[in-house]
Design a protein around this ligand. Structure first.
Ligand code: NAD
Ligand code: IPM
Ligand code: MN
Length: 360
């Protein structure tokens, strides 16, 4: 049965990197490895410009009717002056909430060829393989009340609410523990339980839920220490599970261990197994339109899509092997460039992955 994929490229470098990921999907379709149908939709600033809404109803409806969504990135300076309800980021958050994509998997894996591209010493990062499990539809991103109000004094007050229910914490912990059972069986839950009640409860629920997983070695860190440990000795971690905002910050930090944020893919899953797949980086307005963005995070997101939503783990392995081969060939976009390597642009990198897939 053909699988339906909705493609929402978004803004900035979004269309540039998605075009390369689509080449990879189409190559796999052409050689008979997968059976897919592609549909395109509007999201973010591009959608606002076209129809006045960063998440048009048709896009969310098409996403709900798809087996998977491939997203580039949203946002940019052009839309910053808009009211928060109309900003591109609202489109992305609306998609996550609308599809119930509560589990965000952000693997940080160092390709050995890039050990020299990290800002950290090669011995600190070599062999790195961490899975960050980020809660994606709760916490301070969605908590009520929120807003900006004017006090009687005339001064303004901005406020957000960090809130979690026990069931929200339990289900994301179960995702992390299930993943860890297939890996190193170690989970570090990251919170701020020393200060914030919501995460004091998070820690209690993490411990209680772990009772069903006697083989899991569960540890806990406060987020400030966790961020320090990530750059001090990242290989101590196997799976990390944390809140929406802490996961956002820690995954950008972990990205740098792998050489560049242009290398980190992600999967966002709901309880029904539907998923949205996107690089963890943004629309990179500073390099957009120049053909220099690294498409590998998006291409690796396609591999995650094949593995988690399309039941095509073999094709996913082939994409990852093709990426490794291209790195072996010495091809590098600017963000992962190092001495002796050959610098290429976005399109050349995408073409090289497609050629490697075909065994050329
Ligand atoms: P960013 O991730 O877009 O860029 C941070 C830095 O990393 C920039 O220097 C950029 O050039 C570089 N970079 C990012 N992706 C790259 C790639 N593939 N290849 C090479 N270099 C890359 O973060 P930002 O600058 O803080 O945000 C820019 C816009 O993107 C904002 O509007 C923000 O809200 C949005 N954003 C969107 C997403 C998303 O769509 N998932 C994620 C993060 C930020
Ligand atoms: C990410 C981004 C988003 C987030 C923004 C653009 C809403 O930073 O996907 O990491 O904060 O989740
Ligand atoms: Mn982020």
């Amino acid at each position: 049965m053909s699988k339906k994929i909705l493609v929402v490229a978004g803004d900035g470098i979004g269309p540039e990197i998605v075009a390369e990921a689509l080449k990879v999907l189409q190559a796999l379709q052409a050689d008979g490895s997968i059976d897919i149908s592609l549909e395109e939709g509007l999201i973010g600033g591009a959608a606002y410009d076209a129809v006045g809404d960063p998440l048009p109803e048709e896009t969310l409806a098409a996403a709900k009717a798809s087996d998977a969504v491939l997203l580039g990135a949203v946002g940019g300076p052009k839309w910053e002056p808009l009211h928060i309800s109309k900003r591109p980021e609202k489109g992305l958050l609306g998609m996550r909430a609308g599809l119930g994509l509560f589990a965000n998997l952000r693997p940080a894996i160092l390709y050995p060829q890039l050990a020299g591209a990290s800002t950290l010493k090669p011995e600190i990062v070599s062999g790195l393989d961490i899975m960050i499990v980020r809660e994606l539809t709760g916490g301070i991103y969605f908590g009520q009340p929120r807003g900006i109000e004017t006090l009687p004094s005339g001064e303004r007050r901005g406020f957000n609410t960090l809130v979690y229910t026990e069931s929200e914490v339990e289900r994301i912990c179960r995702v992390a523990y299930d993943i860890a059972m297939k890996r190193g069986k170690k989970v570090c839950s990251v919170d701020k339980a020393n200060v914030l009640e919501s995460t004091e409860m998070w820690r209690e629920v993490a411990i209680k839920t772990a009772a069903d997983y006697p083989e899991i070695e569960l540890s806990h860190l406060y987020v400030d220490n966790a961020s320090m440990q990530l750059v001090r000795a990242p290989k101590q971690f196997d799976v990390m599970v944390t809140t929406n905002m802490f996961g956002d910050i820690l995954s950008d930090c972990a990205a740098m261990l792998t050489g560049s944020i242009g290398m980190l893919p992600s999967a966002s899953l709901n309880a029904e197994g539907q998923g949205m797949y996107e690089p963890i980086h943004g629309s990179a307005p500073d390099i957009a339109g120049r053909g220099v963005a690294n498409p590998l995070a998006t291409i690796l997101s396609v591999a995650m899509m094949l593995r988690y939503s399309l039941d095509a783990a073999g094709a996913a392995d082939r994409i990852e092997a093709a990426v490794s081969k291209v790195l072996d060939q010495g091809l590098r976009t600017g963000d992962i460039m190092s001495e002796g390597m050959r610098q290429v642009g976005t399109v050349e990198m995408g073409d090289a992955v497609v050629a490697a897939l075909a065994g050329e």
